[in-house]
Structure formats: C-alpha cells, structure tokens
Design a protein around this ligand. Structure first.
Ligand SMILES: [Zn+2]
Length: 315
C-alpha cells in the first residue's frame, strides 16, 4: 500500500513520520544522529526509515515520496542555502535515501514552510487555500501559502516574517543585523525582554523568570493579574498585529495561523491580536481570521511529507 515519509531534520536527531497518501499519520520514529555526512550516518538514517516503513506492513517499494525539512533556507528549486546549526551533506543523504526507496520522489523544504504546508494538509488551514503562518518560538519564522502553493521566494527568504521592521528607532540589534524587527518583540526572547523592561520602567521586581525565553512565567504572571506582564503582552500583540497588517497588504490571506511555543498563550492574547490586526489593517482585509495552529511540533513532518507528495504527483 502506498505511503509517504515526512522527515524533520534537527541538530541531534531526525524525527520521521509515516503517512498514508491521504495524510493519516500511521507511525513515527526518532532516529538519533550526529553530523549528517558520510555513509555510516546515512546508513543509520535509512535503516531507521526502513524499520518505520516495515513496522506498518509496508515495503520500500510502497514509499511514493520522501520529504525532508531543514532548519534553513531552501529556494523554490529545492536548493539548500547555509545551515547555521547542523551539518548536512544533502546530496549524499538524498542519494542514500533514493537507493533505499528507489521509486520515491524526494523534496527538501525549509522547516517553517513545512509547518505551514502541514497545517494546510491536515491542520488548522485545511479549509482555506491562502494563509500566512507565523511561528513564535525562540525566533519568529513563517510560511506563506497562496492558492495552495507555498511562496518560498527567489532567494529562499519568503516568509521571513520575523524580520519585518515594526519599530523605528530601536537601539538593540536583531540577529539579522538590523534593528526593530518583529522578532525582537514577538519571539519568546522578545516577550521576556518586554516584560523585564516593563518591570524596570515601573520600578517593580516582577516574577522570577527562569531564562531569557521563559514566556510561560510571563503568561502565568499575566493570568495572575501582573500589570507589567499584561503591558508586555499588549506591546507584543500590537507589534505583531501591525506586522500582520503589513503582510495583508501584500498577500491578503484568508487567515493567519499562530504557532510555535509562544502560541501556548494564544487563549490569553488571540482575541487581542485579532483586534490589533483589525486596528492596523487595510479595510478589505479585516475579515482575515487569526487562528492557533493545531499540529504542534508534528506540523513539519506533515508538511515535508505533503511537499514531497506534491512533487510525486507532478512528476
Ligand atoms: Zn531581524
């Protein structure tokens, strides 16, 4: 029976999902990896993948497509740009996988884009064909889908929502080298920064924040009535709503999906974000709905599988 593999490539392991071609997740497997280069490392990956496929009564020849998502830029042609946090010989891995699953189509995709495609296939965006996903995690990433197709861009930077400038005059420098990027306010790090700044400006101690991305502590404080936390979240929501309004002027999506670890506070800020967006956007776009993602950290696996399946279907 035909099946599809979706593979999430991380720094220390890969997480693989086996899917039916209709998009049902049948089984998953985590394969520990070191650097993904050389035949020994590739062998461990393909052995693990084969184990996953056969565990559900399928054979190597049943695998129609294999999608791999990577934490870095991948352009419209599937070419991988610089990967900052992992070592990956993409061509070598591709050859090894195709030797194991000779009939399969293979595709690489950026991880944020994969998550967006996953939500389109089986998640919160199943009922729409154009949407923008915003992933609020350690950084801020995103994925743009128009008419059911991903827009990854000529240079692979399509959907780099975190680096939309939302504030002039910021003194801190963003990871990209510019100033005033959305990521500086709406990432986990950004929210903790805003909270500490609010406490400082108000001359209050504030709650204990365990580390510089501990948004849970800030959300918890807000729920308990901490005014500095509420103010920090209001600022974050306003900057994010502002950025979504700018995006609407270009792609005018049916909805926005909010994902990533920070989306754990969506019940707290979702409605305010919808209001902030409506306050900033161009009138015709005001109907765009803001929703939480539904596939969690499996979205990338889903999207990688779906992206490879699309390649197989076009071949
Ligand atoms: Zn930036």
């Amino acid at each position: 029976m035909e099946c599809v593999l979706g593979i999430d490539i991380g720094g220390t392991s890969i997480k693989a999902g086996l899917f039916s071609v209709e998009g049902k997740l049948l089984a998953t497997e985590t394969i520990p990896t070191g650097k993904l280069e050389g035949e020994a490392a590739f062998g461990e990956v393909t052995t693990g993948l084969l184990r996953l496929v056969t565990s559900e009564g399928r054979e190597a020849s049943d695998v129609r497509a294999v999608g791999l998502d990577v934490p870095g830029p991948v352009d419209d042609q599937g070419r991988i740009g610089m990967l900052a946090n992992i070592t990956l010989d993409a061509d070598g891995l591709k050859d090894a996988i195709l030797r194991t699953f000779p009939g399969a189509a293979l595709a690489f995709i950026n991880d944020a884009n994969a998550a967006a495609l996953g939500e389109l296939w089986q998640g919160s965006a199943k009922d729409v064909s154009s949407f923008v996903m915003v992933t609020l995690g350690t950084g801020v990433g995103g994925g743009v889908v128009c008419g059911g197709r991903l827009v990854s861009g000529a240079f692979g930077a399509g959907g780099e929502i975190g680096h939309i400038t939302v504030r002039e005059g910021e003194e801190r420098v963003c990871g990209c080298g510019r100033r005033g990027c959305l990521e500086q306010y709406a990432s986990a790090k950004g929210i903790v920064y805003l909270y500490r700044k609010e406490c400082e400006d108000r001359g209050v101690e504030g709650v204990a924040v365990a580390h510089e991305t501990d948004t849970l502590a800030v959300f918890k404080a807000c729920r308990a009535g901490d005014e500095a936390a509420a103010a920090a979240i209001d600022t974050m929501v306003d900057r994010l709503g502002y950025a979504l309004a700018q995006i609407s002027c270009v792609v005018d999506p049916e909805c926005f999906l909010i994902g990533g670890g920070v989306a754990g506070g969506f019940d707290l800020f979702g409605e305010k974000l919808q209001d902030a967006f409506r306050g900033h956007c161009l009138k015709p776009s005001a109907g765009a709905e803001i929703r939480a993602c539904s596939l969690g950290n499996e979205a990338g696996m889903y999207g990688a599988a779906y992206s490879a399946l699309q390649v197989a279907q076009e071949a």
